[in-house]
Design a protein around this ligand. Structure first.
Ligand code: ZN
Length: 588
């Protein structure tokens, strides 16, 4: 079968344009071409076709008419078997991991943004020639695609078994830092763009290798993992963060300040919080290599690139991956038990502070990801729950429940891998495996934790496992039920949480909190009014008064909002009560 052939070349870095040429050896009659509307792993219709331009087609040197069918599909007016060549440009200036980017410092693209799908020929072999075109001198190529004819810098032709593989292998271009290591016999490459000379690549390689080895052994023991090579593509930027998983690679973005620095040597015993965050991201995306790229929702057995692909299982695929990302930092020896417990508290507390947990189940949150999770607004915390955060706590609860009967979530994950052959999975598979391992049905637990808005028994399960759970006061904004931004002496209200004192006072998202009025403390004293520049000023100006009046500006109108001071709210702090028991649990 002749392959579907693409060439992607840098057309103009300053104009952020890639040139793409697609050649189909034998097109279908009236061949349809389609650009995906979403990228697997990021559950939002992103309409990548908005950045496609200059589309034209020829057949054996003659122009071919292209009829646009809808927002992302075109029909080439050719006879069956005709050779079809299609040319277009893609504007690439989104610095996220989801689309494409090109400027004079680097290039990056996903096939979902750049490669039109030849409808009906998806299962044929595909080739991608990555050509420098007008790329700056010194640029190289990194990708998980299989090289078939490339030069020392990686320019040249790559191959994929089918369209799915082609678009599941993003490409990084530039004069990046590059290092390599072997984990359990599998070669891994790590490229980093955006770092300075101070960047400690050796440390990043060493720590990442430990995570990879721990995960490969977790899934396969001494056996080989289901990929022959793996590529990490990390872009360090001023304030970015994010990652997207792929079958044998991942695209990551971190804050430049979170990279390890040579000046940190001799190695501090503890990583900085920022570096721990980066290692957690690396661990997360690598765990997805198994959990969602192979073991995956039955609905994703075959991706439909034309529309939303609904699944109610993101609590499992994102939440359980979030549970294991931190756990593998501990198992790789990169954090200690105390740090791991702190990371769990950082997951428990935001859920407690999300009124939406009482509105939406985590299964509904999964299904609704397409319209809710990636569309954050002022009402998001009131109406939704994160399938990452709550999903990770469901995993924690299941792990602790299984451990009470001598099994563990580790056993469950491996049993699911066995049961499905590392393929499509349904919730019924999860329930069956849990029943086998626990020796009893855990359906009631799953119904309550996943399909209801009941509170999770996280604290009691942690206490039974040897963890000390203590209260600590929450910050003022949380106590009042607000999320604010404070810049230039202005307190802007971003969100008012459902059922909070701030809501009862009539404060609203978009208000600027200007000041407060305070009643006299004693007879004969005058009332006071103060301008505030920071939210914390409200607490100390208030003293012990049980109420005050908030002065806010809304749509240029000044409003007085009487605020009853709420009782102090508490967050949890976790520490090991029985260090040996916690150590045994976390060690696997
Ligand atoms: Zn994820």
């Amino acid at each position: 079968m002749s392959p579907v052939q693409y060439t992607v070349a840098v057309r103009d870095a300053h104009a952020h344009l890639f040139d793409i040429t697609l050649t189909v050896a034998a097109a279908g009659r009236r061949q349809v071409l389609a650009l995906p509307v979403w990228i697997p792993g990021s559950y939002l219709v992103r309409e990548f076709s908005q950045h496609l331009q200059g589309l034209s087609a020829t057949s054996n040197g003659r122009p071919v008419a292209l009829q646009q069918l809808d927002k992302h599909r075109w029909r080439a007016e050719v006879e069956a078997g005709a050779r079809l060549t299609v040319s277009y440009q893609v504007y690439a200036f989104d610095a996220s991991v989801r689309t494409a980017f090109l400027d004079s410092t680097r290039g990056f693209f996903n096939g979902t943004s750049t490669c039109l799908r030849v409808v009906g020929q998806e299962d044929r072999p595909h080739t991608l020639t990555i050509a420098p075109g007008a790329a700056p001198a010194g640029w190289r190529v990194a990708t998980g695609l299989k090289p078939t004819q490339v030069d020392a810098d990686g320019w040249g032709r790559y191959s994929a078994a089918d369209y799915d593989e082609l678009v599941d292998c993003p490409v990084e271009l530039g004069s990046f830092w590059s290092g390599e290591f072997t984990a359990c016999g599998v070669p891994h490459r790590f490229v980093v763009s955006g770092a300075g000379a101070w960047f400690d690549g050796d440390r990043l390689l060493d720590d990442t290798r430990r995570i990879c080895e721990a995960q490969i052994r977790f899934w396969h023991g001494d056996q080989a993992p289901p990929f022959q090579r793996y590529v990490f593509m990390l872009h360090a930027s001023a304030d970015g963060y994010g990652g997207l998983e792929h079958r044998n690679s991942t695209a990551l973005i971190c804050q430049r300040a979170d990279l390890p620095r040579r000046a940190d040597k001799p190695r501090a015993l503890k990583a900085t919080d920022g570096y721990t965050t980066l290692l957690g991201l690396i661990s997360h995306e690598y765990f997805h290599t198994w959990n969602v790229k192979r073991l995956r929702p039955a609905e994703f057995a075959r991706y439909d690139y034309d529309r939303e692909n609904y699944t109610g299982l993101l609590w499992f695929f994102e939440g359980f991956t979030s549970y294991y990302d931190d756990l593998f930092l501990r198992r790789a020896g990169l954090i200690d038990d105390a740090t791991w417990l702190q990371l769990q508290a950082k997951n428990i507390n935001p859920l407690r502070q999300t009124p939406g947990r009482l509105v939406q189940t985590v299964a509904q949150a999964s299904f609704d990801a397409w319209v809710k999770y990636y569309r954050v607004g002022e009402n998001t915390p009131n109406a939704t729950v994160s399938y990452y955060g709550k999903g990770a706590l469901v995993a924690l609860c299941l792990d602790l429940t299984l451990r009470q009967s001598g099994s563990s979530l580790d056993d469950a994950m491996r049993a699911l891998w066995e049961r499905t052959g590392g393929g499509p999975l349904r919730e019924a598979d999860v329930r069956r495996v849990l029943r086998q391992l626990a020796g009893r049905s855990l359906d009631a637990e799953l119904d309550a934790w996943v399909h209801s808005t009941a509170e999770l028994p996280v604290e009691s399960l942690l206490q039974a496992a040897g963890v000390k759970v203590q209260d600590e006061p929450v910050p003022l904004a949380q106590q009042l039920g607000l999320r604010v931004s404070e810049t230039g002496g202005a307190v802007q209200i971003k969100t008012v949480l459902r059922g909070s004192a701030a809501e009862a006072a009539g404060l609203a998202a978009g208000d600027e909190w200007l000041g407060i009025e305070l009643a006299p403390l004693k007879r004969g004293q005058a009332a006071e009014a103060w301008r505030i520049g920071k939210l914390d000023e409200v607490a100390w100006l208030r003293g012990a008064r049980p109420r005050l009046v908030a002065l806010v500006s809304r749509d240029r109108r000044l409003l007085r909002c009487p605020l009853e001071w709420p009782a102090a709210a508490q967050a949890v702090r976790l520490s090991a009560q029985d260090a040996a028991a916690v150590g045994r649990w976390l060690g696997g």
